[in-house]
Write a protein that binds this ligand. Structure first.
Ligand SMILES: [Zn+2]
Ligand SMILES: [Zn+2]
Length: 135
């Protein structure tokens, strides 16, 4: 079967993991419970900060960020801001602010353009090379 033995990334116990699973059932359940606690806390304290949630619920920042990025707080009517991973500007969804997203897209397009040009140049280069060989 596709299941294989893995060490749980959370508690370190060995468990039968489905493809893509990183933590054991126990930890998955604990994480789901903690997520519910965090979402409840945020619904009751719409103006709270991430550090307050961490202090009050004991949830790690990574879990809180995951919930924000998944839009879980927006679902309960709370738009929580948190810093963009790149520039630190306050954002409400995703990992990056609009400016950084745009910049990254432009960089990506530029990189793809360069790659295409390089491929073209390489193709041309090979063409010339083979022609020279034929001489
Ligand atoms: Zn575990
Ligand atoms: Zn940004």
């Amino acid at each position: 079967m596709a299941e294989k033995l893995k060490n749980c990334q959370s508690c370190g116990k060995i468990f039968m993991a489905q493809p893509g699973e990183k933590i054991c059932r126990n930890c998955q359940e604990a994480a789901a419970n903690l997520e519910a606690v965090v979402v409840d806390y945020v619904r009751d304290h719409p103006k709270c900060k991430i550090v307050e949630i961490m202090e009050e619920t004991g949830a790690p920042e990574s879990l809180i960020r995951r919930l924000i990025e998944a839009g879980r707080f927006i679902q309960v009517g709370v738009s929580m801001s948190y810093p963009c991973k790149k520039c630190g500007k306050e954002i409400f969804a995703g990992k990056y602010c609009d400016d950084c997203l745009k910049e990254m897209q432009e960089n990506l397009q530029a990189a793809q353009g360069e790659l295409a040009q390089a491929a073209e140049a390489a193709a041309r280069g090979h063409g010339m090379y083979s022609k020279e060989l034929q001489k």
